[in-house]
Ligand binder design. Sequence first.
Ligand code: ADP
Length: 167
Amino acid sequence: MAEPRIGVYPGTFDPITLGHLDIIRRGTRVVDHLIVAIAGNDGKNPLFSLEDRLAMVEGDIGGIEDTGTRIEVRPFDGLLVSFAQEVGAGLILRGLRAVSDFEYEFQMVGMNSRLAPALETVFLMAADNCQFISSRFVKEICRLGGDISQFVTPAVAQKLKARLKGA
Ligand code: ADP
């Protein structure tokens, strides 16, 4: 039997949105074992702690129907390629939104492929109703009292409101 295909989907997930979830769902069609890797501190100064971000992703992926692909959520720190090698992944999955993502992603693939030539990066596009969703704007809209129910799951919306109230 062929070796299981392991993929890493890395991100900040501050917090996880329906866009991320759509990419995770699509990722399960591409790999046999999907590791959602939550970046610890990447200089982005996340609103939620690593523990909270992990818990929200864990909670949300519970809603993904069983596709036969194992989905695991793991924290990581340091170089993504080192983490991918450590867990035996051959693929890095990233989501691509508008043109604005392209430049950054293009550079990241270029650098990562120099560091680890055997690792392939695969880009997935979210469904059209999820493409414009970004964690940054969800936080901003919630902070200003807007309705975020189209962008995140009810559990995440509740956590976000509570977090911003306490902030
Ligand atoms: P990072 O800090 O690594 O950009 P994010 O959590 O913002 O972390 O995003 C993780 C990945 O998910 C990135 O590849 C990003 O482009 C992708 N992504 C986020 N939101 C969406 C979306 N709405 N549609 C498609 N891809 C998305």
